[in-house]
Design a protein around this ligand. Structure first.
Ligand code: ADP
Length: 314
């Protein structure tokens, strides 16, 4: 305290300090408590600009300091709980995949007639077992990816990529699904020079999810288009459909885990609502983002933006 007074006298400048602890018994119960004060040592100057006195203003801020401590400790607890949850999910997903692989193996043996002849009705039942097994495996893989990203365990191999090549590589992967649903799928012409910085597998995973959704949520006869273009420092990939659309109130929440619009249990083929959450997390992990625009009954546009590279003359 004397040091501070000396400093204020020498400099003629006020000195401020926040949340300084002081231990004393203020409620008279004989037990000292810690109080916190914001302090101002204000020099009072005479006509010659000399310090003739120092006013000390102390404001008690104990409640504020305690509230801040509580908030910080609950945030730390929430972060620890989140990490534990993610690690539990990652471990569980591994445990779930092993028996699922066994199911697929035994179905295959039965189909091949290894255990004796199989009737047409039995084959049909086996086909359904296999379809359910595949669906469950997809869900578990989604949960596993989500848990991995949440636990900060996803690594990205960022490198320069040609946007047109990425768009081109999607076609072969989504055409069977588009054909099966009677959707006209196509890619708009894309600048062959345009380059982005991203992890190739991940950016393809995101686009496959966006195109997959567009096909899923558009009625047969509908149109789905993918395109890419430059916008300043960004490469924008857009996936458009003329499907059912998304209500304005849901345009943000669809990116939250396990959020689905108008979900009915009678359509289990529609997934668990993790696709967009994973896609956004992956996009952000590569310094990009995803956004959605939509009009009910008219269609939706999903935009993936990734960092552009290889720009000459800028
Ligand atoms: P999932 O497809 O597994 O339900 P997603 O996270 O991929 O999960 O999508 C979340 C929800 O967003 C979907 O359930 C659907 O309601 C809505 N949605 C996503 N893409 C579209 C689209 N192109 N058109 C209409 N609704 C969509």
């Amino acid at each position: 305290m004397f040091d501070i007074i000396d400093r204020v006298i020498d400099s003629g400048e006020p000195y401020r300090a926040s949340a300084i602890p002081a231990v004393f018994d203020s409620d008279g119960d004989g037990i000292p408590e810690t109080h916190y004060f914001n302090l101002v040592y204000q020099p009072l100057l005479d006509g010659n600009n000399e310090v003739y006195a120092i006013a000390l203003v102390a404001t008690e801020v104990s409640e504020l300091v305690r509230a801040r401590e509580i908030a910080e400790s609950s945030q730390r607890a929430a972060e620890a709980a989140n990490l534990a949850k993610s690690e539990f999910l990652a471990a569980m997903s591994h445990e779930l995949r092993t028996p699922l692989n066994a199911i697929s193996g035994y179905v295959e043996l039965l189909e091949m007639g290894i255990h004796g002849p199989v009737t047409a009705a039995q084959l049909e039942a086996l086909r359904r077992v296999r379809a359910s097994q595949r669906h469950l495996l997809t869900l578990i893989n989604d949960i596993l990816s989500h848990a991995r990203i949440q636990a900060g365990r996803t690594e990205f191999r960022i490198q320069p990529l040609l946007a047109a090549e990425i768009v081109g590589s999607i076609e072969a992967l989504v055409s069977p699904q588009a054909r099966a649903r009677g959707i006209d799928y196509g890619a708009d012409p894309c600048d062959g020079e345009l380059q982005l910085l991203a992890d190739e597998e991940r950016v393809r995973q995101i686009l496959l999810n966006l195109v997959g959704n567009a096909i899923k949520y558009t009625d047969p006869g509908g149109i789905v288009r993918i395109s890419c273009r430059a916008e300043g420092e960004w490469v924008l990939f857009q996936v458009r459909d003329n499907g059912r659309g998304i209500p304005a109130t849901n345009l943000e929440s669809i990116f939250d885990p396990f959020t689905q619009v108008g979900r009915t249990l009678s359509r289990p083929e529609e997934g668990v609502g993790l696709g967009l959450a994973i896609s956004r997390e992956l996009a952000r992990g590569m310094n990009g983002d995803i956004s959605a625009e939509s009009e009910m009954g008219v269609g939706s546009v999903f935009t993936l933006r990734m960092r552009r590279t290889g720009i000459t003359g800028t």
